[in-house]
Design a protein around this ligand. Sequence first.
Ligand code: PMP
Length: 347
Amino acid sequence: MLTPRSGLETLKPYSVEEINWPVRLDANERPLDLPPAVKAKVAERLASLPFNRYPEISAQSLKTTIGADFGLKAANVLIGNGSSEVLEALCYAFGGAGRSIVYPSPSFSMYGIYAKLADSQPVPVELNRDYTLDADKLLAAAKQAAASVILLCNPNNPTGMIMPPEQVEYIVANTGSLVVIDEAYHEFYGQTSVHLLQKHPHVAVARTFSKAYGLAAARVGYLLANEEVTQTIGKVLLPYSVNALTLATAETVFGMRREFAGSIAENSRERDRMTAALSGLPGMTVYPSQTNFLLVKSNDAAGLVARLSARGIGVRDFSKSPGLINCIRLGIGTPAENDAVLEAVNS
Ligand code: PMP
């Protein structure tokens, strides 16, 4: 009998339904491929890339480019194979046996998995009934568990809701735990906690290229933190973990990110249109979102999912998940895709 490491037998892996829906609103992706001018530049960059050489060992040039944009040094930036990789590495580096990792719940379901993979105790702290966060309750839980890490998702997935910047600052000011603010959906919200890095050495901010910048396929994200934090996490990250194709692609996209402004603004307008259209329907609650998706609670969640899937529209069904009973997460697509959703919902 092969015996896995302790804790793995009971660990439920991250699972998503892999269905090739004609309308894919289930993974919070950008609904469109890259803007044509950006895609052409990426193709040009990749065509001249020597495929036989290893990438830069620690992604120095992308770190420098990103760091400069925030007024930070390359040493304040870590690049990962998706922000998933840097978040996981952070849990390995600052979690570990006998330590606790605290995070609000419901939130990104991987947080509990990262904590367990790092052999640490996951401590989910329930959000209020309206999915707002009670910061004092979170701080009390972190204190009681002597948490080494607090993970905050702002705006939060899957609720779409924000924590006001003052609330994030309040948490940071009242704990010695490493506070990580996962800003995967930052571009749809606009506000950030990056400025807290200047005053507080126990803050880190994670960002991704997978959402607003349409690079889910390339797998790339980053973490901003003080040098001591990045150096420690750097010990856990494997060398060459981000491949040269992805690094070149991310650098091109970062340099051309103004090309995305129009589609990000359109997505946010569409989100507000969908919120207004769905909020008026009987038996439906739409939570206020600052992201590219909506959390919708319905008296008839199963019927809603069935009507959408009958029209080839894939959404994330959380209706049987604790804390999210009767909820589905609906991505914001192109205007035509969103019209198709409204037609299905009203059918
Ligand atoms: N954080 C949050 C809140 C997310 O929703 C996701 C993706 N669903 C991630 C991190 C991971 O993104 P990636 O690894 O693609 O950068």
